[in-house]
Design a protein around this ligand. Sequence first.
Ligand SMILES: O=C(O)CCC(=O)c1ccccc1C(=O)O
Ligand SMILES: [Mg+2]
Length: 332
Amino acid sequence: MELPEIDELLAGAHVVTLPLITRFRGIEVREAMLLRGPEGWTEFSPFTEYADPEAANWLGAAIDFGWSAPPPALRERIPVNATLPAVPAAEVDGILARYAGTRTVKVKVAEPGQVIADDVARVKATRAFLGPEGRIRVDANGGWNVDEAEHAAHALAGFDLEYLEQPCATVAELAELRERLHDWQLPIAADESVRKAEDPLAVARAGAADLLVIKAQPLGGIHRALQIVAEAGLPVVVSSALDTSVGISMGAALAAAIPELNYDCGLATVGLFETDVAIDPLVAVNGAIPVRRVEVDERVLADFAASNDRRHWWTARLERCYRLLSELTPGS
Ligand SMILES: O=C(O)CCC(=O)c1ccccc1C(=O)O
Ligand SMILES: [Mg+2]
């Protein structure tokens, strides 16, 4: 991909700080840089603690979506799951009520400072909310060792889980757990082992996962992610990185282009924002989101503009990531 000039990237850049309805992966506000390319709005929003080499992939994704045409869409709507943060069981109904019509819930588990009983209570409340027809998957973000994951799988066995997402941190641990759970028919999904790995295909090659979680921004964009999906040869779930509606429109375009999509996708996270940037946000309607680009609301850009300090920090970060990308892109 040829890179646009950096001045062109920065000319349309805005940084927003958006409040979340509840704490999610340790944060209460989400910062994002929005850019405007010839194809439309695009998003650069690596989490603030990520180092430049990792964040550079996210910039590659932003440029891919803003400056090149997406692949052909094979569908117009993407069925999605609700995403439930690691909240107390008493808060489950209130959060799930925001995702009307969604038959699948991803429950966050293994939160630092909590115990397995907290996870069981949260999953139990989710099953009660959904009824027997609903689908439940859990995401541990690599928080368990193999024994803890096996124990958790037993403790959660009565709730008919669809799969365990990144129960353990490493590919070797996932492989070991997969063997131990073999007779159970409880599939294992890899997320961090794809998006934070030096080689996103290593986990598939090792036979350590049954399916892959695929995210457009961390994997360097729609086109790169599609290649990874094709080479991995495993079923996939396209998910968000807690993006605004702009990043979600990138995820939806990726999901729309995947030949076989047999799981609900983790693209309903706009529901976790108190305010979103789009005039017409990409929230789930009847359990699905539409595949389309969004227009950004100028008033939200003004009302939720990041402080000058943060805007300068994001500009400097973009410049460093741009330099890294140029070194990797011959002839630019
Ligand atoms: O997949 C979903 O339901 C929502 C996305 C999600 O959980 C997420 C969002 C931001 C960062 C990490 C993760 C994750 O899947 O671990
Ligand atoms: Mg995950």
